[in-house]
Design a protein around this ligand. Structure first.
Ligand code: IMP
Ligand code: MG
Length: 179
């Protein structure tokens, strides 16, 4: 599909599933090199990252402990700025290496707040792997260790990313078409 329509808005194809797979293979290869022989805690941020995470994990060949974490900040197409960590982390993070898997870094507030939270819990080596990064939207820049691809500051959906809980099902990623 070249474009999709949702709530009277047109979204154009930005990244095909083949392109996403290529990006995931590259990210996994870098992670496999850097984490060889290690055993990190991987935390994946719900809801948006579930599809990316499912694909990426299947390409990882190092031991790890995995958990989903629910963090919310978005309403509609805007980041609210209010970050809520809605999962109680029942893991001992003291002295542990943590790899965060995120779908997209937009203002950066979610990742900045989450990294701070993990540090307070005693995690030592916290790394972020994000599929998408919007450099023009950044307001609070966390250290991004693994970036799939940089994109323009336009709203995107598909491949797990939603617009008010819709549009997650597409295997490709679509970008809002400007009038
Ligand atoms: P940040 O705190 O502004 O960096 O926002 C991060 C979260 O907002 C991401 O984990 C996404 O869930 C969501 N988000 C940011 N940009 C988009 C977008 O273009 N489409 C869908 N969700 C987005
Ligand atoms: Mg997310």
């Amino acid at each position: 599909m070249k474009q999709i329509e949702l709530n009277d808005q047109i979204f154009e194809l930005l990244l095909s599933s083949d392109k996403i797979n290529e990006i995931n293979t590259r990210l996994a290869s870098n992670l496999n090199t850097d984490y060889e022989g290690k055993d990190p805690i991987i935390l994946s941020v719900l809801d948006g990252s579930f599809m990316f995470c499912a694909d990426l994990l299947r390409k990882l060949d190092f031991q790890h402990l995995f958990k989903f974490v629910k963090i919310s900040s978005y309403t509609g197409m805007e980041s609210t700025g209010e970050i809520k960590i809605e999962t109680t982390l029942d893991l001992d993070l003291q002295g542990k290496e943590v790899l965060i898997i995120e779908d997209i870094v937009d203002t950066g507030r979610t990742m900045t707040a989450f990294v701070k939270y993990l540090k307070q819990k005693g995690a030592v080596d916290i790394k972020i792997c994000t599929l998408l990064f919007k450099p023009e939207a950044i307001q609070s820049k966390p250290n991004l260790d693994y970036i799939g691809i940089e994109i323009k500051n336009e709203f995107v959906l598909g491949y797990g990313l939603d617009w008010d809980y819709r549009g997650r099902q597409y295997p490709d990623i679509y970008q809002l078409k400007k009038p």
